[in-house]
Design a protein around this ligand. Structure first.
Ligand code: UDP
Length: 235
């Protein structure tokens, strides 16, 4: 395997599958199956999930919610998703723990780096819920932060798009995919890999990013085996 320890970022929106809102059991099972296969190879897996399938602070603010409360609602949504994935993983025979960035035992243990490492080293998948615990941040930032903290070899950003393109592939038929790109070129071309807070954290701490399509079963395994799918963002 190419990596010893990974931080996998899953978007909340992907978890809704073809639904308009909430959780798709098909997507959860598909993700759990891919994660089970990955864990069986011995790679240590930390996971951060978004909450966009349930609530986003910014959308809430546009509808009149207080932004900070809206963001807190969004962070709670990431915990709902974390528990759903934990449940799907356990259902598939995978040992998984939820650690929360906001104290809320018995729903999950309070996150610390040492606790995360203890579980990871024992072969348990660690899902870190609750974002960064701060408003005005995203789960991409939480993924970057936790990835750096747990000393992951790479941040794998599983999305519905299969990589980073020169332009939006849904709008521009001439858009071409990068197999590799540097952090500096992403800035120079004004491309969007993650929000800039998250992206800068990765750059400054040397955490490489692979953007890939997690909705095609088997792709997580392909990335871990070093197959050149998706886009690698490196120094
Ligand atoms: N959020 C936050 N701080 C964090 C992480 C998330 O306030 O550190 C809130 C924010 O309101 C965000 C919501 O949680 O809109 C859901 O996360 P995100 O939009 O990143 O989820 P995704 O788009 O990945 O589903």
């Amino acid at each position: 395997m190419k990596y010893r320890r990974i931080l996998l970022k899953l978007s909340g929106e992907s978890l809704q599958g073809s639904r308009q809102y909430g959780l798709s059991t098909e997507v959860l099972q598909s993700y759990a199956g891919q994660i089970r296969a990955a864990a069986a190879t011995g790679v240590e897996i930390g996971i951060v999930i978004g909450g966009g399938n349930i609530f986003r602070g910014l959308t809430g603010a546009k509808r009149g919610f207080d932004r900070v409360k809206g963001d807190q609602m969004g962070m709670l949504a990431t915990i709902v998703n974390s528990l759903a994935l934990q449940s799907a993983l356990e259902d598939n025979g995978v040992k998984a723990k939820v650690l929360t960035s906001i104290r809320m035992e018995p729903i999950g243990e309070y996150y610390s780096k040492s606790k995360a490492l203890e579980y990871l080293e024992s072969g348990t998948v660690v899902i870190i819920g609750g974002g960064t615990s701060n408003p005005y941040f995203s789960t991409d930032s939480a993924a970057a932060l936790r990835g750096i903290e747990i000393e992951a070899d790479v941040l794998l950003k599983g999305t519905r798009v299969d990589g980073v393109y020169t332009a939006d592939p849904e709008k521009d038929p001439h858009a071409a995919k990068f197999a590799e790109i540097t952090f500096d070129e992403v800035y120079a071309r004004n491309l969007k890999v993650m929000d800039l807070t998250a992206f800068t954290l990765c750059k400054e701490n040397g955490l490489e990013i692979v953007v890939f399509d997690m909705d095609t079963p088997g792709n997580l395994g392909r990335v871990l085996a070093g197959e050149p799918i998706g886009t690698l963002v490196k120094r």
